[in-house]
Design a protein around this ligand. Structure first.
Ligand code: ATP
Length: 581
């Protein structure tokens, strides 16, 4: 099928599968919202009961699109793919297969991140079919008691994920992750081979408690659709149109589910940009977007950039060679700058240039992004304290503390609905109304005491929770775990919590995807990251991540790097102002 060039104002025909490819700022989201309105106006198949499903990647994008849809929002189900599958497939039907997987459906309550803890590893290994085959130097005790082995084992199991082999979903681990950065060795391949025969045994330790990790939602969703095809019929009857934004970040299992839906009746449309595929750790790849086709699919592309100034689009066009964007705002703009020196000085320089306008700092990783915030300005700890918490503490107490921390974090961002949802999962109260009321009261207590526990030992925060929220939590006995709570502070641990921070000052690049800001400061942690501008190669994910960061800027773009050699500075001169700060 030929590719048809369109603009973000053009309407297309609604009864055929489609794919829209376009670079950053082309107006994909804008176009999608228009297209949904177009379907609502034109469709003869919707009626009053049927809805359009609109899938996007993050909860923040869900909110943005819902707001933009305005009064028509009740005719459209906007959600993440996980949210969609959880509500439309798992909630009504997981009981059909729960027994087969040892899942306690009565305890199911949403889906969470996965953190490996020593307690879970111990439980898994003790019941493992190959327990007696574990050999020196990786016996059960050596794995669980020697810190280097345990760290390696934890890192390896943290990589547990699902893969799609073309017809079924399988559980896998990434053996490379058993070798920790800086360590010369980790657990050996023979041990990994023996342990990996029972990955499902590990998953079942969570399932028996009704606990789902995000990936499990896709796993069970796919299993249900294959085993009970009538569910597909129900979904197709309810959702005759299915559109997916940011499709380049869709994993192969999600694609398989979408193809099942598209086989009859439901019209599927996908929108994306292969150069903005930055979630390979969730199984997504640029090639999957390029090769995605459905029968009789129409392919469209948009070549404008309606977001950025001409000088920023020049930078984007240098990094990317497969398309050349036209800067349709036609505003020349300031020359982007590379600020050479400390991050602090770079930030001061940006402030001096932008006056009172807001500035957003974009960083590669969460901990750096959070350390750039005013709120949590403690030094970055060397270890992941959240992993340490799950490792040292029992899972009930660790989960309660982390949910309360998340609630505080969300509350500070004025995201009260989400904060209350976190706390509702902590409150033991069968009555829904009462549970919500209590969660609300708890949130007020936590936020009113914030200044007191913010920089204090985590122990103080725990005491507050035990006193006011969950008196049933067990007392912290003297020893390892109490020491941990006494020796780390709340504001150190919270650096590791990821709530997709809606913070006006500082975000990760991954969290900023899809968004746009007038003034952007991109922080490079390592000097060599500048290579993405000297020898750009968008087949490398790290270069795509930078491309996403640069393309968020509407008016001013700054890049902070500690050192820059003369030759590199010379090469960058045509596109950037090089400023020593
Ligand atoms: N037809 C249009 N008329 C007016 N403004 C538009 C139009 N299309 C897009 N825009 C504006 O251009 C900017 C970029 O649009 P949008 O966020 O939809 O791009 P996108 O392709 O989804 O970007 P990205 O992939 O980088 O997230 C937004 O500020 C949007 O409001």
């Amino acid at each position: 099928m030929p590719v048809i060039a369109i603009s973000s104002d053009d309407l297309i025909q609604i009864e055929q599968h489609f794919k829209v490819s376009a670079g950053p700022g082309a107006g994909k989201t804008h176009w999608l919202v228009n297209h949904i309105a177009h379907i609502l106006r034109e469709s003869k198949r919707l009626g009053s009961y049927r809805k359009i499903a609109c899938i996007t990647y993050t909860n923040i994008a869900v909110e943005t699109i819902s707001k933009r849809l305005n009064s028509t929002a009740d005719r459209v189900e906007v959600s993440t793919i996980h949210g969609f599958i959880y509500h439309n497939i798992l909630k009504p039907y997981l009981s059909f297969i729960a027994h087969e997987y040892g899942f306690d459906i009565r305890k199911m309550d949403g889906h969470d991140d996965h953190f490996v803890s020593r307690a879970k590893l111990k439980e898994w290994i003790d019941a493992h079919p190959n327990l007696s085959k574990l050999k020196h130097p990786f016996t059960r005790n050596q794995l669980l008691r020697l810190p280097a082995n345990l760290d390696s084992l934890k890192s390896w199991m943290q990589s547990i994920h699902y893969t799609f082999n073309g017809s079924d979903v399988e559980i896998a681990v990434d053996n490379k992750r058993a070798f920790l950065a800086g360590a010369s060795s980790g657990i050996n391949k023979a041990t990994m081979d023996k342990l990996s025969v029972d990955l499902i045994g590990y998953k079942k330790l969570y399932w028996v408690k009704g606990r789902l990790h995000h990936d499990d939602v896709l796993f069970f969703g796919y299993k249900l659709l294959i085993k009970y095809p009538f569910i597909l019929k129900v979904l197709r009857a309810r959702f005759p149109y299915f559109v997916i934004d940011e499709f380049q970040d869709t994993s192969p299992i999600q694609t398989a589910i979408i193809k099942l839906l598209a086989a009859e009746e439901t019209i599927v449309g996908v929108i994306g940009d292969k150069a903005q595929s930055i979630f390979s750790f969730q199984g997504a790849s640029p090639a999957d977007f390029s090769s995605f086709t459905l029968p009789n699919q129409n392919n469209y592309e948009i070549n404008d950039n309606r977001r950025s100034t001409n000088r920023i689009v020049d930078v984007l066009n240098t990094v990317r060679t497969d398309i050349r964007q036209k800067p349709s705002r036609a505003v020349p703009g300031d020359k982007p700058s590379i600020l050479v020196g400390t991050r602090k000085n770079a930030f001061a320089h940006v402030k001096s240039q932008c006056g009172n306008e807001p500035i957003i700092t974009l960083s590669r990783d969460n901990v750096m992004a959070r350390s750039m915030m005013k709120e949590y300005n403690s030094a970055i700890p060397a270890r992941n304290l959240l992993s340490d918490l799950f490792d040292k503490d029992n899972s009930k107490r660790a989960n309660t503390v982390v949910r309360c921390m998340k609630a505080v974090d969300l509350g500070l961002q004025n995201r009260f609905k989400e904060a209350i949802r976190e706390l509702e999962r902590v409150v033991v109260e069968p009555n829904r109304e009462l549970r919500r009321k209590k969660a609300f009261q708890h949130l007020s207590i936590l936020l009113s005491q914030y200044q007191l526990f913010k920089s204090a030992p985590l122990y103080d925060f725990y005491t507050l929770i035990k006193t006011h929220i969950d008196p049933g939590l067990t007392k912290l006995a003297n020893g390892n775990i109490k020491n941990f709570y006494e020796n780390v502070s709340f504001d150190q641990v919270i650096l590791f919590i990821d709530t997709n921070v809606e913070n006006p000052e500082s975000k990760t690049i991954h969290a900023a995807k899809g968004d746009e800001f007038n003034n952007v400061l991109v922080v490079f942690t390592k000097d060599k990251e500048i290579n993405c501008l000297i020898t750009p190669d968008l087949t490398q994910e790290e270069h795509r991540v930078k491309y996403v960061a640069f393309s968020r800027a509407k008016s001013r773009l700054f890049i902070s790097v500690e050192n820059l050699d003369k030759a590199t500075a010379h090469k960058l001169n045509p596109l950037f102002e090089i400023i020593n700060v």
